[in-house]
Design a protein around this ligand. Structure first.
Ligand SMILES: [Zn+2]
Ligand SMILES: [Zn+2]
Length: 561
């Protein structure tokens, strides 16, 4: 969409809502302005730069301000406010691609439809095609829009998104117009699942950056394309919203679009008390609307009287109070974990040899790994018996002799059996460097049984950490029935670690439990649970959880060695 078309389409939308609201005079003004813009031969952006917008017949002070806002930010405050004032249901229906205010109102008034589910039902029953101005084709389009909308609601595992984001950022950086780039939203906060991606680009050449974005290779479909804002679907129906921003307003946009909503609401309240207004365009003086800060997040947080807050903490879970009192945690850094304390090789169900895992770990900058293949009870994963474990130990000795500045630890992921005993006797475990004790069976037992089972493993002198302590699989399996607080108390008392398992669909412990564990004095181990060399990268996801759980360097076992 050219900027003329983008501006006109928003002006038309404003006019349309004004008609619905019976404000015929203003509606006509916006409609005429939209027509003028559409019929211009010159780029409206150029006219704006020349400062001659108001020379266009029918475009006065207020519409000109709206046009400038659209050109700068891709949206309009007037439109947003008008949408808010519509009858129940209209705004939700307008979330659908191709449904404007007039059509949404028609559904609400004529069919008494007030949400998307009801609209889907009506379309499936063939009730839309009979409305005046509709037909089978339009009805099918509506169903397609609903399908797109629902796909947008599905969430993706953070781990599955990482490579996509890397590829996207690399592509955008290939354009010299791109000054800064970041994916904001829950991705930046490193939530375990992500709905869609909010890409923010600071650019000195908006057109070039915008063109670069929509020519990105993995795009499946372009939903909308404007100079400052575009929306596309990537393969697998991942939606990416790209906003192109001037460098001087980048910090404000980054702050706003990173969220969370709860964090931002709290921040705005603090701003109001200090006489400020905070929005996606900047921090403004409330009295005279003068811009006070917008270029960096740091300036904004500092003017609000607090330290800059790392994105992983922005959930309104006490981080704002801590930032105001200058007592935010010194979060563990992504490069501060020196070893991986849980990975598998082809001795059990991994795909690679010990040596290949060593090579991969080195390429990720690690200094050691603990080989933790499965134990014999887990026959399905070719668990090791005493004999093979001892053979593996000899091979590790051989490999260690060849390595300098890197060490392979002898470990095991030892099953915790139903009775709480471990799969190996103490005489075997005592020769190992690191023992991860995990549950892989009997998930359905009651809380008391599961809690006692884990606590009895914690009381085994040779256990180093409890692997994936709750057993949850994101979007697939709930945690075991477990009194986690009792488990944490026992772990703290016995000086046994609890694991943050970095595998994308585990992330177990999760952020909230991790923080609780820290408060109860437990040390955490982070393991990738890699079953292939490239999966050592999952260590990063574990560190994200650690950061969301407010962990610092000293809270994590594998920062040391
Ligand atoms: Zn396991
Ligand atoms: Zn494992």
């Amino acid at each position: 969409m050219s900027s003329n078309a983008e501006v006109a389409s928003i002006l038309y939308e404003i006019a349309e809502i004004l008609t619905i609201k019976n404000d015929r005079f203003r509606s006509r003004a916006y409609q005429q302005a939209a027509q003028r813009i559409t019929s211009l031969t010159e780029d409206v952006k150029k006219i704006r730069e020349n400062g001659t917008l108001e020379d266009i017949p029918g475009i006065g002070k207020s519409i000109s301000a709206t046009i400038i806002e659209i050109l700068d930010y891709g949206q309009s405050t007037i439109l947003e406010e008008l949408k808010e004032s519509l009858p129940k249901g209209v705004q939700e229906l307008m979330e659908l691609e191709g449904i404007g205010p007039r059509i949404a109102m028609k559904f609400v008034t004529e069919l008494k439809i007030v949400n998307i589910d009801q609209l889907e039902q009506a379309a499936k029953e063939g009730k839309i095609r009979d409305l005046r101005g509709f037909g089978e084709k339009k009805e099918a389009n509506i169903l397609q829009s609903i399908k797109d909308y629902k796909n947008r609601q599905t969430r993706f595992l953070l781990g599955s998104i990482l490579p996509v984001v890397d590829e996207m950022v690399l592509w955008m950086k290939g354009s010299s117009s791109v000054n800064k780039i970041e994916v904001a939203g829950s991705f930046r906060r490193k939530k375990e699942t992500v709905g869609d991606l909010d890409l923010l680009v600071a650019s000195n050449n908006v057109d070039e950056s915008s063109e670069r974005f929509i020519s990105m290779p993995p795009i499946e479909r372009i939903v909308s394309h404007g100079p400052t804002r575009s929306t596309v679907y990537l393969k697998g129906h991942l939606q990416v919203d790209c906003r192109i921003i001037k460098p001087e307003a980048y910090g404000a946009a980054l702050q706003y679009f990173t969220g969370s909503k709860e964090h931002n609401v709290k921040l705005r309240t603090i701003g109001v008390k200090l006489g400020y207004k905070l929005n996606e365009y900047g921090l403004f003086n409330r009295e005279n609307d003068e811009l006070v800060a917008s270029e960096t997040e740091e300036e904004i947080y500092n003017l609000l009287g607090m330290d800059w807050i790392p994105p992983e903490l922005r959930e309104n879970r006490g981080e704002i109070e801590a930032a105001l009192e200058r007592r935010l945690p010194h979060l563990i850094g992504y490069n501060e974990v020196k070893g991986d304390l849980h990975l598998h090789t082809n001795w059990s169900d991994g795909t690679a040899s010990i040596f290949e895992m060593v090579e991969a770990a080195k390429s990720y900058g690690l200094k050691y790994i603990a080989i933790c293949d499965h134990s014999k009870s887990l026959a399905i994963a070719h668990g090791l018996d005493e004999d093979r474990l001892s053979k593996q130990g000899k091979e590790i000795d051989k490999i260690n002799k060849k390595l300098d500045d890197f060490k392979v630890l002898k470990g095991i992921e030892c099953d915790i059996k139903a009775d709480g005993n471990l799969d190996f006797p103490k005489s075997v475990l005592k020769d190992l460097d690191f023992v991860v004790a995990s549950i892989h069976s009997g998930f359905k037992n009651d809380e008391k049984t599961m809690t006692e089972r884990i606590i009895s493993a914690i009381h085994n002198d040779h256990v180093s950490t409890i692997g994936h302590p709750t057993g949850r699989i994101i979007q697939k399996r709930s945690p075991y029935q477990l009194n986690l607080e009792k488990v944490m108390e026992a772990a703290a008392q016995q000086k046994v670690g609890l694991e943050i398992n970095g595998f994308p669909d585990r992330l177990d412990l999760d952020d909230i439990s991790t923080r609780k564990a820290k408060e109860l004095g437990v040390k955490l181990s982070i393991g990738s649970d890699a079953h292939a060399p490239s999966q050592i990268n999952f260590l990063k996801l574990g560190i994200s959880v650690a950061r969301r759980g407010w962990l610092e360097y000293n809270d994590v076992i594998n920062t040391k060695f």
